[in-house]
Design a protein around this ligand. Structure first.
Ligand SMILES: NC(=O)c1ccc[n+]([C@@H]2O[C@H](COP(=O)([O-])OP(=O)(O)OC[C@H]3O[C@@H](n4cnc5c(N)ncnc54)[C@H](O)[C@@H]3O)[C@@H](O)[C@H]2O)c1
Length: 387
């Protein structure tokens, strides 16, 4: 297949591009390098130095692992529709994996500027992609990364995107109600509606992957060469829960659990993100179908997660403390949580559970860069409600 990865410079986009290329697909990556600007704006850096995307693509192509060299397009999918049209006209993908969005809830809550730019970037980019696909590749499959955070924490079971509703004696199948927790999560909800509309009205085919929180830094392909690594964040803005706890454990800082720590979320290993996206691509949605998969493998409370990191750290001789800090977010700290996630398993997902060994592997890798950890960027300063 010809697979286009939008957001190919990112934490998930780069490993995904190599994963498909290593399995014999023809791959192109596109990115505006916007994440590197947002990092500079927030004064944070990934833990390990990430070579320019051009260099990583060159190194990959020199290894001759794919059927054809990986192609690279640099441009902005939200602000430059001509770039997007050129991309689709030139590469003509069979499947598009769309990661190219501003991915941080705290970033979107910094101020009006970041809230607006997150929604404009994410929603316009997806709209431009839909119009370009309609014009050049209407039969292609759009695999779009959404998040489990779109649903929030309702007091009922969470279905995979759709729900049968009976109201006043009549029934219908509707999109599952959403209660997103930030302007970032809202941008994903708006995307989901726009994509469902394009499937319903234009007959496009799409899979919306409502992904949980991803952890880990290594995949088969990132391990092939020291410069093929992927971006690993641990700061309050871009660092996701487990990644952040692992760095705090190595830095000798208490693991900062926001509030009571009963917040329960779906998680998955970065290796399973690649598997899930591949399963979606190899089993494409039907013409006109808007399919939703809940993409996580295990659910943990934030406090459970902190205890797992503490245990793994102590097994490596680290002295790890856990601290409940004031919750900067507005969210329920004790709640019902029962999301369904059977669709990807029924397609054959074999997941990597979060074991002590997995966490110890992460901790050992982080220890090799202990000296460059910027401790000042970890504790939360962005607040959902300004006091
Ligand atoms: N990492 C997670 O835990 C997680 C969980 C759920 C959902 N997601 C979603 O998965 C996707 C990828 O996440 P990630 O952690 O790899 O983020 P990332 O920021 O590392 O990667 C996103 C990439 O998209 C690029 N990009 C953003 N806007 C663009 C634009 N307008 N034009 C071109 N390129 C653009 C960025 O430069 C960046 O390289 C995001 O959409 C994110 O919301 C991530």
């Amino acid at each position: 297949m010809k697979i286009l990865i939008l957001g190919g410079d990112g934490y998930l986009g780069w490993p995904t591009a190599m994963h498909f290329a290593a399995r014999g697909h023809e791959v192109a990556v596109a990115d505006n390098l916007g994440k590197r600007f947002w990092e500079a704006e927030m004064g944070v850096t990934p833990l390990f130095h990430i070579p320019p995307l051009q260099r990583r693509v060159r190194i990959w192509n020199e290894m001759k692992r794919g059927p054809k060299p990986m192609k690279l397009y640099i441009g902005d999918i939200a602000q430059n529709h001509r770039f997007v049209y050129h991309l689709f006209e030139d590469f003509r993908p069979d499947a598009v994996v769309h990661y190219a969005e501003q991915p941080s809830a705290p970033y979107s809550m910094v101020s009006r500027l970041q809230a607006v730019s997150t929604q404009v970037n994410n929603v316009s980019g997806t709209l431009n992609v839909l119009f370009a696909m309609k014009r050049y590749t209407p039969a292609a499959h759009l695999i779009k990364l959404g998040t489990m955070g779109e649903y929030g924490t309702p007091n009922i079971d969470i279905e995979e995107g759709w729900i049968e509703i009976e109201h006043k004696g009549r029934k219908d199948r509707m999109l599952f109600p959403k209660q997103p927790g930030s302007f970032y999560h809202l941008s994903k909800v708006h995307d989901s509606h726009n994509i469902e509309f394009a499937c319903r009205i234009w007959g496009m085919r799409s899979t919306d992957l409502n992904q949980g929180v991803v952890y880990g830094m290594e995949t088969d392909e990132t391990a092939m060469h020291p410069e093929l690594l992927t971006s690993f964040h641990y700061d309050e803005i871009f660092g996701t829960a487990l990644n952040r706890f692992a760095v705090q454990a190595v830095a000798g800082m208490p693991l900062t659990v926001y509030g009571a720590g009963g917040q329960t979320r779906g998680f998955l290993n970065i290796r399973d993100t690649l598997q899930c996206v591949e399963l979606a691509a190899m089993n494409q949605a039907k013409e006109g179908e808007f399919r939703v998969f809940n993409q996580f493998t295990e659910a943990f409370s934030v406090m459970d997660l902190a205890h797992k990191v503490k245990e793994a750290g102590e097994a490596l001789g680290l002295n790890v403390a856990i601290a409940n800090v004031e919750n900067p977010r507005i969210e329920k700290e004790a709640h019902y949580y029962n999301p369904k996630n059977t669709a990807l398993f029924s397609l054959g997902l074999k997941h990597h559970p979060l074991t002590q060994d997995v966490i110890m592997g992460m901790l050992k890798k982080i220890m090799s860069s202990r000296d460059v950890i910027d401790r000042a960027t970890i504790n939360p300063t962005v607040k959902w409600r300004k006091s």
